[in-house]
Write a protein that binds this ligand. Structure first.
Ligand SMILES: Cc1cc2nc3c(=O)[nH]c(=O)nc-3n(C[C@H](O)[C@H](O)[C@H](O)COP(=O)(O)OP(=O)(O)OC[C@H]3O[C@@H](n4cnc5c(N)ncnc54)[C@H](O)[C@@H]3O)c2cc1C
Length: 337
């Protein structure tokens, strides 16, 4: 059986939890569907020092506070994995125009959907990466850079994000190594030039990270290996002898993809696949909103995610009110003849 709601929030990170909070306070019938424990990336973050009002809070604590707060205003929480979001092909009822299908077989229908499924940072997949995540291994320079004041840091990658963030990290680190597997960066020329002019940055070309090592305090060193074979061709698995590089922090920027695959309709997006929205967080698809990391925007932070979630929920509420007026106006016309 299909369950009907005013709005369906997909994902329970900061954006989704805030959307659920505002939807509940606006008296919408709202369901938030999250595949795991609510909190999103907060659950992978030990220390947060840049969420306004909290000089320091642990990610887990903030996740619990946000979840409790969102639940207080009546949104229903469901643990399930969303497998598909599509326009309802069988119904002319505008209040059932979107269908959300879940792994359990449950199907939800609503006039509005707010997608807050975040994104996935690509990993290096080397020994030590998981063990030292949050203890020297990071995927977010704005979030964690300040923890590495006057320390030696490595950045892995060669695209815009890696090169820009290496430049940004020099405001904290005493030295920043930029490790790239080729002899040429992929980042835009202006970004490259700025970074390469920076005296604190040293690029280590034609090299991959094979392992991340450390102790109970955190990361101590990287194990590096060259990528050029004697015939000049590349082998990104690494060739020749390995060597050590002493660092206490390693920032990995080898790609980040928004979790948009579950949307089975075409929505407008930017060159990297992030959904583009108007200022109400509505995508090119009517009644379909995107908020937080899944959306095309300049920075991806907790503050921006909660702002997006607020706007999306309030815009959904307005759209539903307009829809109700339109439908009752049409019914009135019919009764009046
Ligand atoms: C290691 C790390 C540290 C960070 N530190 C900071 C910091 O200090 N300060 C700061 O401001 N920002 C920080 N950030 C960034 C911040 O966490 C994100 O910008 C923020 O969490 C984005 O919120 P979101 O709700 O858009 O997405 P997410 O937090 O990614 O939440 C998305 C949620 O959607 C769920 N989901 C995805 N697909 C499905 C599906 N198919 N079905 C059901 N559920 C689904 C996921 O399980 C997840 O819970 C950090 C990020 C990382 C990775």
């Amino acid at each position: 059986m299909t369950k009907r709601y005013d709005t369906i929030v997909v994902g329970g990170g900061p954006a989704g939890l805030t959307a659920a909070l505002y939807a509940g306070r606006s008296k919408l019938s709202a369901v938030l569907i999250e595949r795991g424990m609510p909190g999103g990336q907060l659950l992978n973050t030990k220390d947060i020092e840049d969420y306004t009002g909290f000089e320091h809070v642990e990610g887990l604590e903030l996740a619990e506070l946000m979840t409790r707060h969102a639940q207080k205003f009546g949104a229903e929480f469901v643990t399930d994995t969303v497998t598909a979001i599509r326009r309802n092909p069988d119904s002319s009822d505008p209040f059932e125009r979107w269908l959300v299908e879940c792994d359990s077989g449950d199907v939800y229908a609503a006039p509005t959907v707010i997608l807050t499924a975040g994104g996935t940072a690509y990993k290096l997949g080397v020994p030590g990466e998981e063990a030292f995540a949050g203890r020297g291994v990071s995927y977010c320079a704005i979030c964690d850079g300040a923890f590495f004041q006057n320390e030696v840091i490595a950045v892995v990658g060669g695209g815009d994000a890696a090169v820009e963030e290496a430049d940004f990290l020099t405001r904290y680190g005493s030295k920043v190594y930029l490790i790239h597997r080729r002899d040429e960066l992929r980042a835009q020329k202006v970004i490259q030039e700025r970074a390469l002019r920076n005296p604190k940055i040293e690029v280590i070309w034609d090299t991959v990270v094979k392992a991340i090592e450390g102790d109970a305090k955190g990361v101590k060193r990287l194990i590096l290996q060259g990528t050029r074979r004697p015939d000049g061709e590349y082998d990104f698995e690494g060739v020749g002898p390995t060597r050590e590089l002493e660092v206490t922090g390693v920032f990995v920027f080898v790609g980040f993809a928004p979790n948009v695959d579950l949307l089975k309709e075409h929505a407008e997006h930017d060159a990297r696949g992030y959904l583009t929205t108007d200022t109400r967080m509505e995508t090119s698809l009517g009644g379909f909103f995107a908020a937080g990391d899944v959306r095309s925007q300049l920075v991806r932070q907790i503050t921006t995610a909660v702002g997006d979630g607020t706007t999306a929920a309030m815009a959904a509420e307005k759209e539903i009110a307009e829809l109700r007026e339109r439908v009752s106006g049409l019914a009135g016309e019919r009764v009046g003849g």
